[in-house]
Unconditional design. Sequence first.
Length: 279
Amino acid sequence: MTLSRRDVIDLLAANGLRPSRALGQNFVVDPNTVRRIARLAAVGPGDRVLEIGAGLGSLTLALVEQGAQVTAVEMDRGLVPVLRSTVGPAGVRVVEGDALLLDWTDVLGREQPWVLVANLPYNVATPLVITLLERAPTVERMLVMVQLEAGERLAARPGDDAYGAVSVRVAYWAEAEVVGRVPPTVFYPKPRVESALVAVRRRPTPAVSADVVSYERFSEVLRAGFAQRRKMLRRSLAGVVVPEAFAAVGVAPDARAEELDVLAWGRLAAWTPNAPSPS
């Protein structure tokens, strides 16, 4: 059984709590929506599921209904006791902490796979996805509900209006797509924007091999290229990528950052004067 709108409002009132704007809290109060998310996540008995920003436990309980073994992370100290009382009897492990700062090996161990299923707070959704891709290799799949604009950025392709450095970082580690939309009416309080459901599947190996170029160097070139995205790459990457690299790797020096896919960024980052030309 999940939580209805009345259940959520009553739980908050009974514990002297209210949604925190600072933490970007918008609780899902529609049982059909959380069950839809659990179905789209394709989790079932025996699956290990990580939920971040579990709130009062509405989505958590829907995941338990599917038979998943859930670890729920919540950083709001006021909510944690209520969350434990709601989902603890269902066998859910509750971890109190900031998901951007947790040691994910401590939380998840080293065994694969884990699935992230979460209604992520709007103000930290993008850095959370990137952090997990970078630091939590045991998380092999994600289904996240985020603000529509953020979801479009996570899944954007070269040439899309939403395409940016975040899109390339996601593509380095994973494949992502928007698989659904969620209206504001299913939340309490109701946000001003629509939400997106984004499915993310980690690649077996990064799109650009660390044997070719380090992630640090890849990130350095990516940051420089998108810092002034309206400029031609030969200008935005001046001092970061040598001019002869463009012709050597097949990238037009007058191209803009949003035109390059993850492999092109990798070639630019990897090129040195002694590197072989791409075949």
